[in-house]
Design a protein around this ligand. Sequence first.
Ligand code: NAP
Ligand code: ZN
Ligand code: ZN
Length: 350
Amino acid sequence: MKTNSYAVQNANTPLAPFNIQRRAPGAHDVEIKIEFCGVCHTDVHIARNEWHGTTYPCVPGHEIVGRVVRVGAQVKKFKEGDLAGVGCLVDSCRTCANCKDDLEQFCEASPTFTYNAPDKHSGGMTYGGYSERVVVDEAFVLHIMKNLNLAAAAPLLCAGITTYSPLRHYKVGKGQKVGVVGLGGLGHMGVKLAKAFGAHVVVFTTSPNKVKDALRLGADEVVNSKIEAEMKKHLNSFHFILDTVAAQHDINAYLLLLKRDGTLTQVGVPAEPLAVNVGSLIFGRRNFSGSLIGGIKETQEMLDFCGQHNITSDIELIPIQKINEAYERLVKSDVKYRFVIDMATLPAAV
Ligand code: NAP
Ligand code: ZN
Ligand code: ZN
């Protein structure tokens, strides 16, 4: 099926309209007309080949929401007209130990990411959500509760699960002091979720103009991370810190803020390695860890939790024609707090 999309043709050109082919739905597939797609900083990293693994042309987008327009003969979970979401994963081996533990993001045979991954169906690469429609195996399609604003729910598919999963894994909750570093797409979801789990939440930001918003989003305290004296007030005090920063920064300054046995989980993926001073870990038996999105089962759990607690993203809805401007603003930390593309602005393929 000829499908209009926005693609990058190499690391230096802007996103522009591009026709791709989508397969007709097979027996287990769901065809979704995409209504909204969130803009993750990963889209920028990959479009610009900052992680050195991009195959062009590349159609980014892994915060996909829309409506089911067609289902294959064997599909059980979805019917035409249902709301549906697709996050960062569209397939995995389903047989390895991690897949069996519902952690498909760590599939030992390599998960099939929603874009820029080898596609067993087409023989080419997967194409993401900056697109009219997508066809995905129902096992990787999520349900979205009707009460949520659909555009504002789109970022849950990546920013939501990427923050939910480590907060749950490290059992963040009442009586704990939790830090969120960087108030962007991931960070602002981290604040909302950590708050919903009952933690005392402290935001670290480099943008003084985000302080008011951080408090409105639920933070109990906000620290300007550029002011050393403000940072020092929090030495040895955190149970858990979630670092969402997409660029080079001093990780040791945050490790020192952990209590004994506290954990800092890195979810932001700067293009260059971060320099960890092992002394910050050794003194205080502190932990430094990473986390990758979440499995499909946990993503559904997160979406249901957000549906029940009416948690969505704070978004700036943009027409697809403004996508290159949005990328520029993301790089400058000028995001409040997730760009979401209104796919109705993408003309149909001709
Ligand atoms: P984003 O919306 O651009 O937010 C990142 C925030 O980090 C910025 O808004 C800014 O917040 C802060 N920041 C940026 N540059 C900084 C610098 N030089 N020093 C200190 N702080 C800085 O990005 P996002 O979409 O949330 O994604 C964040 C990162 O997570 C990206 O690297 C992305 O690829 C990665 N990611 C990882 C996963 C995973 O599974 N691990 C999933 C999705 C995304 P302030 O203005 O508040 O300082
Ligand atoms: Zn993402
Ligand atoms: Zn697997």
